[in-house]
Design a protein around this ligand. Structure first.
Ligand code: IPE
Ligand code: IPE
Ligand code: MG
Length: 246
């Protein structure tokens, strides 16, 4: 399956989103509020990922995309960056079998060239082990950024398209095929936890007509009730995609 562009065709939408994309923010502040080191917030955040993935896998939502680290998070202190990478590796080791039991296909997107060979091998193994699953696709965006994704897609298109064919062949669909999330429909619902009201270079192309939901809850406190509040808000939205409502 590949993206059907919401700016070319009005997508079929229902009361339940097909794809939810979440910026899991607020781990550091969750910990600081409790006088704990920021790392404790990241560790606790993994529990919220586990419960969220399990709830989603029962809800009929086909695609869940979680923003785990951005291409700008390298600006943090080295100790935090390396802690996050070790945490990612340990989660892959501990949780892949469980994802497989739930019928979840795992995909990791982002610029993985900055990761060590060990972590890249774990990613490859986890993706291969779950590749046959079709119940739900869980995408973890790691060292990921919307602008970088768009630029990579442009480079690939230019490589693959002869100069005299470019203006005819480059369109929404051919472009989106080269984005990291080409296999998923555009998100219906975007959730950002942790109080900030911004996109922070997440899926810039795909969020064109996504419904946005912001909650003050810090990510480690995200639970079924917070998710249900987001879904309830989504059900009240009238998605017009540029059309008049009459
Ligand atoms: C989100 O929590 C997790 C990552 C970006 C890795 P933060 O670490 O950004 O937490 P705050 O925003 O500082 O509270
Ligand atoms: C966005 O959160 C990235 C993730 C949650 C992975 P940040 O905490 O990095 O975003 P800013 O810096 O507050 O915009
Ligand atoms: Mg943050």
């Amino acid at each position: 399956m590949h993206c059907v562009s919401s700016t070319v065709h009005v997508p079929d939408v229902g009361a339940v989103p097909r794809h939810i994309a979440i910026i899991m923010d607020g781990n550091g502040r969750w910990a600081t509020q409790r006088k704990l080191p920021r790392m404790a917030g990241h560790t606790k955040g993994v529990d919220a990922v586990r419960t969220t993935v399990e709830s989603y896998s029962n809800s009929g939502i086909g695609y869940l995309t979680l923003f785990a680290s951005s291409s700008e998070n390298w600006r943090r202190r080295r100790a935090e960056v390396s802690f996050l990478m070790r945490l990612f590796a340990s989660v892959l080791i501990r949780e892949t079998a469980r994802l497989d039991d739930y019928g979840i296909r795992l995909r990791i997107v982002g610029d993985l060239s900055m990761f060590g060979a060990g972590l890249r091998a774990l990613i490859q193994r986890a993706e291969a082990k779950t590749a046959h699953n079709s119940h739900m696709t869980l995408t973890i965006a790691a060292n990921s950024g919307g602008r970088g994704d768009i630029l990579r897609a442009i480079r690939r298109l230019l490589e693959q398209t002869a100069a005299d064919e470019r203006s005819a062949l480059i369109d929404d669909a051919s472009f989106a095929q080269h984005l990291a999330l080409a296999y998923a429909p555009e998100p219906d619902l975007f959730i950002r936890t942790g109080r900030e009201r911004r996109i922070s270079n997440f899926l810039l192309w795909q969020l064109a007509y996504t419904e946005l939901y912001f909650t003050d809850t810090f990510w480690p406190d995200f639970d079924d009730a917070t998710l249900e509040a987001a879904l309830a808000s989504y059900r009240t939205r009238e998605r017009r995609f540029g059309r008049a409502n009459a």
